[in-house]
Ligand binder design. Structure first.
Ligand SMILES: [Zn+2]
Length: 292
């Protein structure tokens, strides 16, 4: 079996544990080298878990989030590095306030792009995972994560771009991770109701206008990874300040998730190798075609 290198680019610590986490844990367990690149330190994340909103946590959030990230990476069996940009926060209000000075989303594009190119040329990933053009979630750092990832994908392979940032490297495939699949929540709703449990998604699905369509139409690749759902949950819970263990994220029992929807979803955005859609493996088509 070949061993490949997989890089996942994420905006904040905890994003890696909620988007494609079981897929990363699976590929790492199968002997591939998996590296998470976290663009910002998550400095502006609120404490979303009431049990963690206490003195001794609130006043040392940056360190706490680093400790949480290290625990999550260990659980997933992946390596992780920080690019060192500052969380832009999620602007709220009408009109929206301006983004804070010096934050990630207002950095000139070439600054984070060069930093990511440096990581790409050092790690030489065969496959990179990032977000789609809408960020998967409308946070300015997520949208910027998409823009930086796509710019770095092009620049990393271009010998004339950032010549001081390492030897050029061509990534073979780029994927967007898709978590908000309507069909998945509908099936979970049905299964919860059939089991006589409270359906946590009813109001959510009602608000979700059907004319918005379903991201499932964009999915090219479904990776079977149910065996690693417990790792995903454990990694999420490691981000203790960000995740309420009593929240909707954990409402559907693991065994029901494994039975009803045993995959994670991706969209192939760029490829330099030939592959057949639909795929069940992010490394499909790489065999014999890439330099290891
Ligand atoms: Zn995020």
């Amino acid at each position: 079996m070949s061993s490949y290198r997989l890089m996942a680019v994420h905006a904040h610590p905890d994003d890696e544990s909620s988007k494609g986490a079981a897929t990363m844990a699976k590929y790492a367990a199968e002997g591939n080298d998996v590296l998470v690149v976290t663009l910002t330190g998550g400095e502006r994340g609120d404490i979303l878990n009431p049990a963690m909103d206490v003195e001794g946590v609130r006043d040392r959030m940056p360190e706490v989030r680093r400790e949480e990230m290290a625990a999550a990476a260990a659980t997933l069996g992946v390596r992780q590095t920080w690019l060192g940009f500052v969380d832009s926060g999620l602007p709220q209000g009408d009109p929206l306030p301006p983004l804070p000075e010096g934050c990630f989303a207002v950095e000139p594009l070439e600054v984070p792009t060069e930093a990511l190119v440096r990581e790409i040329r050092a790690f030489r990933p065969h496959v990179m995972i990032t977000y789609d053009e809408n960020g998967g979630y409308p946070h300015p750092d997520h949208i910027r994560c998409h823009e930086v990832s796509m710019a770095a994908f092009e620049a990393a392979a271009d010998p004339e771009a950032f010549p001081d940032a390492g030897e050029p490297w061509q990534i073979s495939k780029v994927y967007y991770t898709h978590g908000f699949i309507r069909k998945r929540l509908e099936l979970f709703s049905e299964a919860m109701e059939a089991a006589g449990k409270t359906n946590p998604f009813a109001a959510w699905l009602d608000r979700w206008k059907t004319e918005q369509g379903d991201l499932m139409a964009r999915v090219t690749t479904q990776v079977e990874c149910a065996e690693y759902f417990p790792h995903r949950d454990k990694a999420l819970i490691a981000h203790a300040t960000q995740i309420d263990p009593n929240g909707n994220f954990f409402a559907v029992p693991l065994e029901m998730q494994q039975r009803v929807w045993p995959t994670e979803e991706f969209e192939l955005a760029k490829t330099t190798v030939r592959t057949k859609i639909p795929e069940s493996d992010l490394f499909a088509g790489l065999d014999g075609e890439v330099e290891l």
